[in-house]
Ligand binder design. Structure first.
Ligand code: NAP
Length: 315
């Protein structure tokens, strides 16, 4: 019997790549992988092709290319690309295009990688955090959460997947420990003593594979994924052990974090504040046990560090 095709947006990226590899590494999988990429000649795309993925050249802004990419697909993994443009309006439109294209193609199971619309908990007139861009609290969360409605209104058979903070951000996103003028290394987050859900980005895709394997029973559900819920102090402790040098947790206020001035600092400051002030809301939906049932290989932070600590830049 021919395998059921899963078309993967962001297949050359962290989340979609994890899903593609999870399926391709399972030789008895009922699924085949079709990866959407704008650059089929890229190293990442070619590595997936070598594992057995079909590559399809498509761009979210080119509707005809999406129709081709989804033709005959049983499933689709939809993830948007906020950090390519830092534009929530654009992300919202990208999600709408994904919802429409999957509906038109008659895809039977869609996973939409979404996040909370934080405005449900922190309305725009709530002054505890600034409103950004005139209508958002956490732009890269809110636009995703608001876009859930596109999938609902169109009747797309969808599972809402809520990812958590990638530990890989310590390597690629500048979130790791930084050396201060006193020569010491500080991990700086505005989390107080609250626990934040984190995950190895590769595990998001492995959990998504579990959701596809679960099939129809998962349609209509919201499933959060996390490898562990950890305080800043706990992350600093684990980093110290893995790096064999002292990493000090530097707890700052969200105001201080927003003021750091790097692109997206205000968005991320509000995000960490949301994780801090709504710990239960964020963590209860990102259940580690559920994540491990979906993906028995789910890594703890220590396990992720054992493989990756050496790649974290310390400067
Ligand atoms: N970092 C975190 O902690 C975290 C946590 C939760 C959620 N997220 C969310 O994750 C999302 C990003 O996912 P990721 O980290 O898996 O991606 P990523 O590793 O940054 O890779 C970006 C992917 O997007 C694709 N892409 C970019 N522009 C595209 C376009 N116009 N049309 C089609 N494909 C396009 C790229 O494909 P090609 O270059 O091959 O075309 C690539 O596969 C963001 O929206 C972010 O908010 C991040």
């Amino acid at each position: 019997m021919s395998k059921k095709i899963i078309t993967i947006f962001g297949g050359t990226g962290a989340q979609g790549g994890g899903l593609a590899r999870a399926i391709l590494n399972d030789k008895s999988s009922e699924f085949a992988v079709r990866v959407i990429t704008r650059h089929p000649e890229s190293e990442k795309a070619q590595a997936l092709a070598a594992m057995g993925a079909e590559l399809t050249t498509a761009d979210i802004d080119d509707k005809a290319s999406l129709n081709r990419a989804l033709e005959g697909a049983y499933g689709a993994y939809c993830v948007t690309f906020y950090w390519e443009h830092y534009d929530p309006e654009r992300e919202y439109a990208e999600a709408r295009s994904m919802a429409e294209a999957t509906k038109e193609a008659g895809v039977q199971h869609v996973i939409w990688s979404t996040l909370e619309d934080t405005r449900k908990w922190v309305p725009l007139d709530d002054d505890r955090m600034p409103t950004l861009g005139g209508k958002y609290k956490v732009p890269h969360f809110d636009a995703k959460g608001a876009a859930d409605q596109f999938f609902i209104d169109l009747g797309v058979p969808v599972t809402f997947l809520r990812a958590s903070f990638y530990w890989d951000n310590f390597i690629y996103f500048g979130s790791g420990p930084k050396k201060a003028p006193d020569g010491k290394l500080y991990l700086t987050f505005p989390l107080d003593d609250k626990k934040m859900a984190g995950i190895a980005s590769e595990d998001i895709g492995k959990c998504a594979y579990g959701i596809f394997k679960g099939g129809k029973a998962n349609i209509g559900k919201t499933i959060g994924v996390a490898g562990e819920h950890l305080t800043g102090q706990e992350m600093a402790g684990a980093l110290s052990k893995a790096l064999s040098q002292k990493i000090i947790y530097n707890n700052v206020t969200p105001e201080t974090f927003r003021g750091f001035g790097f692109p997206g600092a205000d968005d991320l400051g509000n995000m960490f504040q949301f994780y801090r002030d709504f710990e239960e809301v964020c963590n209860s939906v990102r259940d580690v046990n559920v994540s491990r049932e979906l993906n028995p290989e789910l890594k703890t932070f220590d396990q992720w560090l054992a493989e990756n600590a050496k790649r974290i830049p310390l400067n």
